[in-house]
Write a protein that binds this ligand. Structure first.
Ligand SMILES: Cc1cc2nc3c(=O)[nH]c(=O)nc-3n(C[C@H](O)[C@H](O)[C@H](O)COP(=O)(O)OP(=O)(O)OC[C@H]3O[C@@H](n4cnc5c(N)ncnc54)[C@H](O)[C@@H]3O)c2cc1C
Length: 383
């Protein structure tokens, strides 16, 4: 039985492991964290296309059992005026809309799927180097242990050591000029937002929220910050949003968890996605800002396409070439799409700029509910 080493136990790693195991690979996942991370980046959008891959994995219903369906995104101005609504899924098909879940729940569902299939995962196993030759590939970990295989799949995220093994001159992530931060809160009397997520172009920062049926608000803010290392406290955030409409200040007032802001980076232009027996998937080779709501879904798509092409081709070289050719145009188009949205989120301090945006956006959004131009994001199939 050929042996595959999968580096990274986030989204793409366990998904790839599950699919490879189905095809007869003996798979072992190595994850750097000592144990599953319950915080794991708050919450995220699993888009229609990502749900399709979870269906393939037999995990879609499990994920949906603790998700917030959000097929509609409603935009608001800083004064509380509704600017319009955009489908979060294929146009005119709200029943196929995307879903918001805690990131830790997505990890748990995929991880449990891999465990149920008998796939071994070693935690606290941080890859530090890779060697390969005609006979196999060897991964060396920070604790000195070594694992050997016929194939290594690097699903090790945006800071991927696998990417650097494949091409030491590979580009680095680029900072978007936005800090991401978010949390959970309960505001007395705040009504649930079924099927919907709301976005507020605040006076000094961009804010998004939804309220689950149990009354828990999931919220995030994207704060314009030229300095990637800028600090941000909850008091800073409350001040930034103090002039924004209900329920933004109320959600922040009710937030008691410690904030963990992170710089929003993205990554494009990685010329080589594989070398010899080593291939990379997900954020390791293309990372999009959260603005597209597609990071996890693209990672899932990568896993599915790679597994299919390994099945269809006799050599790793051919499979990897077909994989990069199939995936790079789409994933980089999504990164560019997200960059355009990031541009709208960066707060302009010019009154004229705000007035123009608030006047133009309803015109752009008027027909958005029926606009099929974004269907390419959601209707993608992995073959
Ligand atoms: C803090 C944060 C918040 C995010 N929020 C959102 C969001 O709100 N919405 C959204 O759409 N997307 C969000 N994303 C992006 C989204 O989570 C990713 O696009 C998606 O998870 C990509 O999946 P992946 O499997 O490629 O990488 P990841 O999910 O990042 O998984 C990579 C895994 O590899 C492990 N790893 C790293 N280095 C090593 C090593 N040397 N050895 C072994 N293991 C290693 C990591 O610990 C991690 O578990 C966020 C990302 C981060 C980092």
């Amino acid at each position: 039985m050929p042996r595959a080493l999968v580096i990274g136990g986030g989204v793409a790693g366990p998904a790839a492991a599950l699919l490879l195991a189905r095809d007869g690979w003996d798979v072992h996942v190595h994850e750097a964290h000592a144990e599953p991370d319950p915080y794991a980046g708050l919450f995220l959008n699993v888009a229609t296309n990502g749900l399709a891959v979870l269906e393939l994995l037999g995990l879609r219903e499990r994920l949906l059992s603790d998700g917030h369906r959000a097929g509609r995104m409603v935009m608001w101005s800083r004064t509380g005026k509704e600017l319009g609504a955009v489908p979060n899924g294929p146009a005119r098909e709200p029943e196929r809309g995307s879903v918001i879940v805690r990131r830790s729940w997505l990890h748990q569902v995929i991880r449990e799927g891999a465990q149920a299939a008998g796939i071994a995962t070693t935690y606290g196993s941080r890859l530090v180097s890779i060697d390969q030759d005609a006979h196999g590939v060897r991964a060396t970990f920070a604790d000195g242990t070594v694992a050997e295989g016929d194939l290594l799949v690097g699903a090790d995220g945006i800071g991927s050591p696998t990417r650097h093994h494949i091409d030491p001159s590979a580009p680095e992530p680029r900072y978007s000029g936005l800090l991401g931060v978010g949390g959970f809160a309960r505001v007395p009397g705040l009504a649930p937002t079924p099927e919907t997520q709301h976005f507020v172009f605040g006076a000094r920062s961009f804010f998004g929220y939804l309220v689950r049926t149990d009354g828990t608000a999931y919220w995030f803010a994207n704060v314009t910050a030229p300095d990637r290392g800028a600090t941000l406290t909850v008091d800073d955030l409350r001040a930034l949003h103090s002039d924004d409409p209900y329920p933004v200040p109320q959600i922040l007032a009710a937030t008691t968890d410690e904030l963990r802001p992170y710089p929003i980076d993205d990554l494009v232009g990685v010329r080589r996605w594989s070398r010899g027996r080593v291939v990379a998937v997900g954020d390791a080779v293309h990372a999009t800002s959260p603005s597209a709501g597609q990071g996890a879904s693209l990672a899932l798509e990568d896993a599915a396409v790679l597994a299919r092409l390994l099945r269809e081709h006799d050599s790793l070289t051919d499979a990897f070439a077909a994989y990069q050719a199939a995936r790079q145009p789409r994933t980089e188009a999504v990164v560019r799409y997200a960059r355009a949205i990031d541009g709208q989120k960066r707060v302009t301090t010019s009154r004229l700029g705000v007035a123009i945006r608030d006047a133009m956006m309803p015109l752009f959004l008027r027909r958005a509910a029926a606009d099929t131009r974004n269907d390419w994001l959601y209707n993608h199939t992995v073959g």
